[in-house]
Structure formats: structure tokens, C-alpha cells
Design a protein around this ligand. Structure first.
Ligand code: FES
Length: 652
């Protein structure tokens, strides 16, 4: 062909186009991902590209520096008014003049990748449910009467190919003055629709709307509610915020909330109201933090456990409190924010991820979305540690899931010196195997207890207790130093060779820190504490072991510790304790708040929603309560690390 060759990078897509073709047009025809909100009018600058100079070796094309047109008036005006980075052009204005290589920078791609910190599992690719479109609407004509909305819909169809777009009543109520104010040019936010809903206009602005719209990814936990506010065009998290779940006043853990609703008429409704009010307060807080109007929040995704799921929806969780633990629905939910009394944009949508089973909720589904065990060639065990541990084991062949009641010990509850993770809590521990002396670090300080400057470092916080990850290290170190034996008994001073072990009733305790001289606490580990940790870790391990039985394997390739707590667990100590199965230490990683990440993925990529729904349908649920082997594993797993299972890698 005599027509110039246009090659796009990074996609490598190429084609021949007549001289004078705008780059945006060429991109569209080749299916190159080049963004545009204004539809090529030189207003939005979303279409920025960088023309290549020199040789593009891969395709053997030598590019003439003048292969694109001179700057036209529209492009020049944009540059003078708003500025453009050197070397950048507006893809809708610059036209093809000869062979040219055109680079599409990440910001100009609609389906750009969002940076995901510390992620190995999967990237987030932008494909939001709500997008902005700038349109020219035909003015009304007495000789050809039609409604303003009809002409607006025609514009969306002709200029953007969007068909069957609906509008809520509030749009009709606002639309006419906005159309006239904008001189028949408006920007609309369109929800692109899904399995259950047609595309819908959510908002309308006169002229070109320069700002953006937002979405919320909400991790609704039984203790805390955490939300990320995301820019739906860039994918950036613009603010993150959290509050205590106000339902705490009805019961600290989920089962006490379920029983509150059983014992009190209207109790479930009270808890529903509390959580919705709490969330509205959180949304106000996060909008203030980001400096935006919360009416610009047009989409939200929620992940939560089954009980929170029901309470959020206003469904009595009664059935979840008793066998056979029937969910009202395990399907994903697509709702309007006002169905849940959430005061964000009046047309905002809410998506709830599907639940896996009566004990394995949408939070576990979100973890599966973020960590994608179903896409892993290696056999990966994903453990989300909380008062209930959600456990996934799988690879591309299949994925199994269960939950295991670990109890609150890992949150520091029911441990004599236990506390929540907060400044002053012991979080890192080492015990000298010869002297049996402990050294430790507390949250909020980098200095170890046997280093200079420790006293100053803890001057403001003091030493207040031991947090969950601290107690895991403590017990594991006690085992390594021979202070605790495999069945879990603390030795007498004669056996252990240290007077830190002292008689405490019928058993022995280990003294970690005596701050009583300064009016501080005396921090000890009692044999009852060891017992509590043994029960918690045995529950976790036996859940994982049961899934390994079902998979017919003795070892896993990778272990991912998910959840805020998981991020703080030392893999070595977790393995010494026999909390997680034997694996190479470097094969144990932490995924941070994977449920929150899963919520963000579902928020930013609408296809991920269908994907996780399909994945969840394929996950096999294992109910630990009816598996006889679970009890057997549990008994074996109360020993440290285990009375039956060998830990060959750990022991080598
Ligand atoms: Fe909007 Fe080019 S497409 S400026």
C-alpha cells in the first residue's frame, strides 16, 4: 500500500492509513487502547501520544521527524492554555503524514494497569463501570419535535456507540437547564450496565467536565470498616480511612451478634441501622479527607463475611447461627446505594461480591480474586487469619475453601498479657537458647529491649502487653529455647535452667518483663496462654491440613498469609509453632489486606466481577464441622509443631 504505515507501541498494532488521518481515528480502527472523553474535540487531553523519532527496529520502520502534522489551532490553543509535556501531542488533532511510530503512554490508556503495592498475584487493569463522555446534543427543532433526553441519547449512540442508555428521574429533573447552560455540549457519567441493569446516565454536567468521579472499595469487617476511595479514571487510591464497626456494642464477635438478634426482637434491624450509619459517617470522613464532594462517589464495592453481609442487607442472620448455616443468597448482589440508605451519589451503585458458603463469605471471595489461586500453576495455600480463618487451597486444576474457628487468641484476647496491636505492645521476640533471656521490640519503636536507647524509645508508650504476632513469636521462641516442650508445657526452673520460669499455681509461667518497679505491668506467659495459642493454631492448621487431604497432597508449594494480621506474622515462627504447613520459608509471603485489594479490583474492573462469580461457583466448599478428619488433625496439631505430621523442610 502507498498509504503511510502507523505502528502503535506498546501494543505493536499497525496499519496503513491515508495522509491526514487523526491518530485517534487510526487507534480506534486498530483497536488500540487510547482514551478520550471529549470524542476528539481537543478538550480533554486524554488522548495524548508521543510520536517516535528514529528507527523502530522491531518493525524496520524509519520514522521521519515530520511524520505527524504541524500543530493545528485546536492543539496549539490547548497547549497554550493547559500545557503539554514536551514531545506529547493530542492524538485527536495530530494527523498521519508519513510512516510513524506512536507511543501510547500509560496515562492515555483506558485499560491501564494500576500500581498494586507488593503484588505478585495479579495486576489491576482499569475497566470501571462508570465512564465520562462529552457529547454534542442536537438543539430542539419545532419542525421535528423530540425530547431533550431523546436527542441526548442519540448523541451518545452516534458519538460513542452507546445504545439503550436509560436515565433516572433525577437526571430528567436536572437535564434541561444543564443542556442550555452548556450550549448543548455536556459531559455525562454513564454506568455501563451489567448482567442485571441496562446502561444508565448517572450524572450530567454543562460543557466539558474537567474533574473525575470516584468509587469506594469497602472491607466491612466485624471489628473495623475500612474504605478506599478510588479515582475511577486513574485508578488511584485518593484516600483511605477506617472506623470501628459500631455493631461492636451488640457483641464483640459475630456469634454474639447473631445471638443478640435471636434474643431481641428487632435486634437485627438495630444492627443493620448501626452499620449503615457507621458507613455513612465513614464516607463523610473519607470525602473530607480527599477534599471531594461525596455526591461524586458513583460506585461502591463491598466485601464482608456472611453475617456482616446479611446485616448490611437487612437480612436477619438467624440461619447463619445454626446448622446447616444456610445463606439467604450466596450470589453477588447488584444494588443501588439508596437500597442500603447510603448517602453518596443518588444513582450510585453497590456491588457485593458473592459468598462462598455459610462460613466463607464475600471477603474470602475477594481474597480469591486478589490472590487468584485458580490461576496459579503451583499449589498455593491462602490463609486469612482472623477470629475465623478463611482458608483457600488450589491451583489451576481446582480450588478448595473452608473456614476454621481460630477464636480471638491471635487478636490478643484470652491471653493473660495479650492486647490488640497498638503502640507499646510487644511484637517481635527473640529468646537466647543458652541464657533463656528474652529480647523484644514493641510497636512504635525500632529499638530492641537490650539495646541502648530502649528506655527513651518506649518512654511515651511504655510496655503494655503482647499483641497477636508477638504471642506467636513468643511461644515459638519459647519452644526453640526449650522453655516449652512439644506437648505445650512450660518447664520448671530446674528443667529450663532459668528463674524466669516460676511456679504459678499448678503450672509454670515465664516472666518476660517486670515493669512493676516503675508502676508498669508484669508481662508473663502462662501455661494457659500457651494452651490458647495451641488451640488457635491447631484450628488453623487442621483446616489447611483437611484441604490438603482433599487435594491428596502432603505439601504445598506456596503459602500466602493474608489479612492485616497475616502481614505481621513471621513465617518462621508460624511454622515452628505448626500454625501453617511445612514449606520453604521463602515460599511463605504476606499479601496484606487481600480482601480490600479484591474489593478494589472489582471496583476498578467490571469484568473482574463476572470472573470472580464464575470462580466462586467452581470453588469446592469443605465444611470442617462435618469432617471427622478435622478433629483428628486438630488433636495432632495441638502439639508444637505437631505430634504426627513431620516438618521436613523446617527441620532441615
Ligand atoms: Fe479529547 Fe483529544 S480526545 S483532547
Amino acid at each position: 500500500s502507498n498509504e503511510p504505515l502507523v505502528i502503535f507501541t506498546p501494543s505493536g498494532k499497525r496499519g496503513n492509513f491515508p495522509v491526514g488521518t487523526p491518530i485517534l481515528t487510526a487507534a480506534r480502527q486498530l483497536g488500540v487502547d487510547l482514551d478520550s472523553v471529549c470524542g476528539g474535540r481537543g478538550i480533554c487531553s486524554k488522548c495524548q501520544i508521543t510520536p517516535g523519532v528514529g528507527e523502530f527496529s522491531k518493525h524496520g520502520v524509519t520514522v521521519a521527524p515530520d511524520a505527524l502534522s504541524e500543530w493545528n489551532k485546536v492543539e496549539q490553543r490547548y497547549k497554550d492554555k493547559r500545557g503539554l509535556i514536551d514531545g506529547r501531542r493530542l492524538g485527536c488533532q495530530a494527523t498521519v503524514q508519513g510512516d510513524v511510530v506512536v507511543d501510547v503512554p500509560p496515562e492515555s490508556q483506558v485499560h491501564k494497569q494500576v500500581v498494586r503495592k507488593g503484588a505478585e498475584a495479579r495486576d489491576i487493569v482499569m475497566n470501571p463501570t462508570v465512564k465520562l463522555y462529552y457529547i454534542d446534543v442536537l438543539e430542539p427543532d419545532m419542525h421535528d419535535p423530540s425530547g431533550d433526553l431523546e436527542r441526548l441519547r442519540d448523541a451518545l449512540k452516534d458519538q460513542w456507540g452507546l445504545e439503550n442508555v436509560h436515565a433516572d428521574l433525577h437526571i430528567l429533573q436536572e437535564m434541561q437547564p444543564i443542556l442550555r447552560k452548556g450550549g448543548w455540549k455536556v459531559t455525562v457519567a454513564v454506568h455501563l450496565g451489567d448482567e442485571e441493569n441496562a446502561p444508565r446516565i448517572m450524572h450530567i454536567w454543562p460543557g466539558y467536565y474537567e474533574e473525575t468521579v470516584y468509587g469506594l472499595a469497602v472491607d466491612l469487617g466485624s471489628t473495623t470498616i475500612a474504605a478506599h476511595l478510588c479515582d475511577l479514571q486513574t485508578g488511584d487510591v485518593v484516600a483511605s480511612s477506617g472506623i470501628m464497626n459500631p455493631q461492636i456494642r451488640f457483641g464483640e464477635d459475630l456469634m454474639s451478634r447473631v445471638s443478640y438478634s435471636m434474643m431481641n426482637a428487632g435486634g437485627a434491624q438495630e444492627m443493620t441501622d448501626a452499620v449503615r450509619e457507621g458507613m455513612n459517617a465513614l464516607f463523610v470522613q473519607i470525602a473530607i479527607e480527599a477534599g471531594i464532594d461525596k455526591a461524586l462517589i458513583v460506585d461502591a464495592v463491598f466485601v464482608c463475611n456472611p453475617v456482616m453481609h446479611h446485616l448490611l442487607l437487612g437480612i436477619d442472620p438467624f440461619e447463619l447461627g445454626q446448622a446447616p448455616f444456610a445463606l439467604a443468597t450466596s450470589n453477588a448482589m447488584r444494588l443501588r446505594a439508596d437500597d442500603l440508605d447510603l448517602s453518596i451519589h443518588p444513582s450510585a451503585r453497590v456491588y457485593l461480591l458473592p459468598c462462598i458458603a455459610g462460613h466463607v463469605g464475600a471477603d474470602a471471595a475477594a481474597v480469591a480474586l486478589a490472590e487468584a489461586p485458580d490461576k496459579s500453576e503451583e499449589l498455593v495455600l491462602v490463609v486469612d487469619v482472623g477470629t475465623n480463618a478463611e482458608i483457600l487451597l488450589g491451583n489451576t486444576e481446582k480450588v478448595l475453601a473452608c473456614s476454621s474457628p481460630t477464636g480471638p487468641a491471635f487478636e490478643g484476647a484470652q491471653i493473660s498479657s495479650g492486647q490488640r496491636a497498638a503502640p507499646g505492645a510487644i511484637e517481635r521476640v527473640e529468646i537466647d537458647p543458652v541464657t533463656k533471656e528474652p529480647r523484644f521490640r514493641v510497636i512504635g519503636s525500632e529499638i530492641w529491649s537490650d539495646e541502648d536507647g530502649f528506655d527513651e524509645a518506649i518512654a511515651t508508650t511504655g510496655i503494655t502487653g503482647i499483641c497477636g504476632s508477638g504471642i506467636i513469636e513468643m511461644v515459638a521462641e519459647m519452644r526453640l529455647a526449650g522453655i516449652v516442650d512439644a506437648p505445650g508445657l512450660i518447664g520448671a526452673p530446674e528443667q529450663t535452667g532459668t528463674t524466669r520460669c516460676f511456679q504459678d499455681g499448678r503450672t509454670y509461667s515465664y516472666l518476660v518483663w517486670d515493669g512493676s518497679a516503675e508502676g508498669g505491668p508484669k508481662i508473663t506467659v502462662t501455661n494457659r496462654d500457651i494452651r490458647e495459642i495451641q488451640m488457635a493454631k491447631a484450628a488453623l492448621y487442621s483446616g489447611a491440613r483437611l484441604l490438603m487431604d482433599k487435594f491428596d497432597v502432603d505439601q504445598v508449594d506456596r503459602v500466602v498469609l493474608a489479612g492485616a494480621f497475616g502481614a505481621h506474622i513471621s513465617p518462621l515462627h508460624a511454622m515452628v509453632l505448626g500454625m501453617i504447613p511445612d514449606a520453604k520459608l521463602d515460599a511463605v509471603t504476606s499479601a496484606g489486606n487481600a480482601a480490600g485489594t479484591g474489593a478494589r479490583i472489582a471496583l476498578l474492573n467490571r469484568e473482574a466481577r463476572g470472573e470472580i462469580e464464575a470462580t466462586v461457583r467452581r470453588i469446592h466448599k469443605i465444611e470442617t464441622a462435618i469432617e471427622p478428619r478435622f478433629q483428628e488433625h486438630f488433636v495432632n496439631a495441638s502439639a508444637i509443631p505437631n505430634s504426627v505430621d513431620p516438618f521436613p523442610i523446617l527441620n532441615s
